[in-house]
Design a protein around this ligand. Structure first.
Ligand code: CTP
Ligand code: MG
Length: 232
């Protein structure tokens, strides 16, 4: 049992890496001889996270256990959000931890393997009155909103737009409640694309903090070239 005020991290690492096309689940792709998963795990541990939970496909569990010895390893789900939920469930089910008001969970993509430790540490303190802190960068493109006919229906002011990264630091109790509410919701009106949007939908307060170019999500082969440049 933990006392209140623990910092957990959930790493969704159960994706196939189809766009990267490396022939293995992306979390186990090696960058400079070290897997993306191990890099993400070690930076969370270095930042001072108390427990790390990894959601990975079962055939990769042995490998994950070797690379991330102190992590709790669970099976992932069909979509990223399902994998995150599997990881969150493990906090109560496998660690026997009852969520306290000051517990924080960082949800962090294995694919953002080069996220600097200092950036993670900046996110770990969730201010009073805030439910979630997300790292963000200004956008350089102008963004258009379109309808189903590809007609432009709006151009949001770029100065007010941010591209968000992970880890997203959430109050554990809020993220659990938001997930419960979402699972009960039958309207089908809302499709969360990150953890913060679930908290926004639930009515929580989300703020942004400075992100970092190095926290890029390694998605396509070109991202490996960029990541290798950051490593060099
Ligand atoms: N992820 C997961 N479970 C899924 C899908 C994705 O845990 N069912 C994880 C990935 O392992 C990754 C993160 O969510 O760390 C972000 O997803 P993405 O970059 O899309 O990775 P993949 O789904 O592996 O890549 P692709 O979409 O190209 O197959
Ligand atoms: Mg994916």
């Amino acid at each position: 049992m933990f006392v209140a005020g623990k910092i957990f991290a959930v790493i969704p690492a159960a994706g196939m890496g189809t766009r990267l096309g490396a022939g293995i689940p992306k979390a186990f792709f090696e960058l400079g001889g070290v897997t993306l998963l191990r890099r993400a795990y070690e930076s969370l541990v270095a930042a001072g996270v108390d427990r790390v939970i990894i959601a990975a496909s079962p055939d990769m569990h042995e490998r994950a256990r070797l690379e991330c010895p102190d992590a709790v390893i669970v099976a992932g789900g069909k979509e990223r959000a399902d994998s995150v939920l599997c990881g969150l469930d493990a906090i109560a089910d496998q660690l026997g931890h009852e969520a306290g008001a000051d517990d924080v969970v960082l949800v962090h993509d294995a694919a953002r393997a080069l996220t600097p430790v200092e950036m993670i540490q900046r996110l770990m303190v969730v201010p009073d009155g805030v439910d979630c802190v997300v790292p963000a960068l200004p956008v350089s493109d102008t963004i258009k909103q379109v309808d189903e006919q590809m007609r432009v229906v709006g151009t949001p002011a770029r100065a007010a737009l941010r591209a968000v990264q992970t880890p997203q630091a959430c109050r554990l109790v809020t993220l659990l409640k938001a997930n419960e509410a979402f699972q009960r919701d039958e309207s089908g009106d809302f499709c969360p694309t990150d953890d913060a949007s679930l908290i926004e939908w639930f009515g929580g307060t989300v703020v942004v903090a400075p992100g970092d170019e190095r926290a890029l999500k390694i998605t396509h082969p070109i991202d490996v070239v960029i990541a290798e440049h950051y490593l060099a």
